[in-house]
Every structure is written in structure tokens, then in C-alpha cells.
Design a protein around this ligand. Structure first.
Ligand code: SF4
Ligand code: SF4
Length: 301
């Protein structure tokens, strides 16, 4: 008979570095567009799994030796290939046992109506501003789980100031997937607290000053993730040469919003992104690297 132990064993066998299961009651009160019960009304639990993103991909960026591999291998292929194959295999085990398995991989380029943020990892994001509920009491599609919250409910970790989920042993170098299911599995307790101690190392490391006291400004991040900063090794002398805000932009003191960040995107074209739609991370994820080092020094990883 299917149980939590079998699911966890299979998840690890298929490549998960961490796995936890959240009771569906943990999602009571969340917004309908984030609610797993709106995807599967008879859901009993949510299975959460984390994949490790290899540390050396971050190190190669930090040392300015290689940037393309992280965006491709560490982001796109984990989210689009490893995640999907993993979910299909784990989901088949659940469905073979007679239960439903609603597979949830990272939705990189869609934002629910009302979410005005962006995802710096992809060429652009689209907010579903025109979507409407089909009837009163129904959610406005598309329903997209809050992955960080769901992972916390699964007991995997908790989000830090830099906006990344931080998990014991893995730190911030991970990607997430979920399965919403009606299988009656034994659930874990939500992760209590957070490993983030608000040290500020992530904010200090960001070349675009995208991290404030209350978290990350995603549009600010989007401009600097793409390399609008002076430490970008691909910069040429004539970059933004006639732009009136050139110095402020390069110094990371310019403040970007949705319009101004998007307006600059065509200038921030340092490595190919069109074949895949994933943007090479020219900031080197300095925030996550600083966080990892800090947590390592504290003996938490
Ligand atoms: S670097 Fe420090 S403040 Fe930033 S997320 Fe990590 S622990 Fe939190
Ligand atoms: S270091 Fe990079 S990924 Fe992190 S907040 Fe700054 S621009 Fe964004």
C-alpha cells in the first residue's frame, strides 16, 4: 500500500535531495489562485521535493569563468527536463496506486492576476491580467502555487531575505517541484523559523541593490541579473554610451521599475538567450553565493 515512506524513498531514488509532505490543511486561508485545493478539490496533501543545483555552477560564476551553464543546466534543464521526468515518474506511482497526482513544476514566465513581479530568469513574464473566473466561487485561472510557502509547509526549509528558499544542508542552491494528491500520506510538520539571520550579506553582494529590508525588488533584480552592472565581464566601452543615466545604472544606484527595466532589456544582451528564453545570469547570483558562504561559515550547511 502506498505510504509516505515509499514516496520519499522513490523521490530520493529519482534525484530529489530533500522531500517533505504537507497536510492540505496547511493551505487553509491562502489566496484561491495559490490554493492547491483549487487544483484538486479532494486533495489531502502536497508532496514537495527539492533538487540540488550544483555548487560549482555558482562558483564558476563568482569567479567570472562561466555564466551560461548555470542558466541552462542549473535553471532551465532542472525546471523543464529533470523536474518533468521526475514528476511524471513519481506521479505514475501515485496514480498506479489509485490516487490522483497533480504535477506542479516551476511556472517560469506566467504571473497570476495581481502579481506584478517578474522572474529575472526568463526573457519576460506575462501577468494574466485578462483572466476571469468562470463562475462565482471559482478562482481566476491560472492557479500557481507559492512554491516557497508550499516548501515551508512541507518542512523543507524557509525563505530568507534574498527571496530564496533556504534548506538545511542545501542552503539556497535548490529548485522545487510539488505534487498535489488525494493519497492519504503521513504528513510532516511545517518548517519552523528560518535559517536566515538577516545578516545582510546577500544585500551587500547584489550589484544592483535589489535587496532591501523587506526582500527583493524583482524588476531591479531583472536589470542586474542581466548584467547592467560595472562588474559584468562582458561590458564593452560603448555600453550605454549616450544614456543619460549610464553611471547610475553601472553603479547599481539607478532605480528600475517594470517599464524602465523592460526598456533596458535590449541593451542587456551579452550571451545568447533567444534559443531557450532563459537569461544568462550575469550577476552570478551573488546574493545566493553570499548567503551560502555565510551559512557555511556559521556551520549550518
Ligand atoms: S545572506 Fe543573510 S540575510 Fe541574506 S538570505 Fe542569507 S542569511 Fe538571510
Ligand atoms: S545578486 Fe543577482 S539575483 Fe540576487 S538580487 Fe541581485 S541581481 Fe538579483
Amino acid at each position: 500500500m502506498l505510504n509516505a515512506e515509499i514516496i520519499k524513498q522513490k523521490a530520493r531514488e529519482f534525484g530529489a535531495a530533500a522531500v517533505g509532505i504537507a497536510d492540505i490543511a496547511c493551505f487553509d486561508g491562502v489566496a484561491p489562485q495559490r490554493d492547491p485545493k483549487m487544483v484538486l478539490p479532494n486533495a489531502r496533501c502536497v508532496i514537495g521535493c527539492a533538487f540540488r543545483v550544483p555548487r560549482a555552477l555558482y562558483r564558476a560564476m563568482a569567479e567570472k569563468r562561466q555564466f551560461y551553464q548555470y542558466a541552462q543546466t542549473g535553471v532551465k534543464y532542472i525546471d523543464e527536463d529533470l523536474s518533468v521526468l521526475f514528476l511524471l515518474k513519481l506521479g505514475a506511482i501515485i496514480e498506479n496506486a489509485g490516487y490522483d497526482a497533480c504535477l506542479q513544476r516551476n511556472v517560469s514566465n506566467l504571473k497570476i492576476k495581481g502579481d506584478h513581479t517578474t522572474n529575472p530568469e526568463v526573457s519576460d513574464t506575462y501577468e494574466l491580467v485578462h483572466a476571469e473566473a468562470v463562475a462565482p466561487g471559482k478562482p481566476t485561472p491560472e492557479i500557481i502555487l507559492d512554491f516557497n510557502f508550499a516548501a515551508q509547509m512541507c518542512g523543507i526549509g524557509a525563505v530568507g531575505r534574498a527571496g530564496h528558499l533556504i534548506a538545511p544542508k542545501l542552503g539556497p542552491f535548490l529548485r522545487l517541484v510539488f505534487i498535489i494528491t488525494d493519497a492519504p500520506l503521513e504528513c510532516d510538520q511545517p518548517f519552523e523559523g528560518t535559517l536566515c539571520d538577516n545578516c545582510g550579506a546577500c544585500a551587500a553582494a547584489c550589484p544592483g541593490n535589489a535587496i532591501g529590508e523587506n526582500g527583493v525588488d524583482s524588476w531591479q533584480c531583472a536589470a542586474y541579473y542581466r548584467g547592467a552592472h560595472r562588474s559584468n565581464p562582458f561590458l564593452e566601452e560603448d555600453f550605454l554610451k549616450d544614456h543619460p543615466r549610464r553611471e547610475a545604472i553601472l553603479n547599481g544606484t539607478e532605480k528600475f521599475n517594470r517599464e524602465s527595466a523592460r526598456a533596458l532589456y535590449p541593451e542587456l544582451d551579452f550571451l545568447p538567450s533567444r534559443p531557450t528564453g532563459y537569461i544568462p545570469c550575469i550577476c552570478g547570483k551573488a546574493c545566493a553565493v553570499a548567503c551560502y558562504r555565510h551559512l557555511k561559515e556559521k556551520g549550518l550547511l
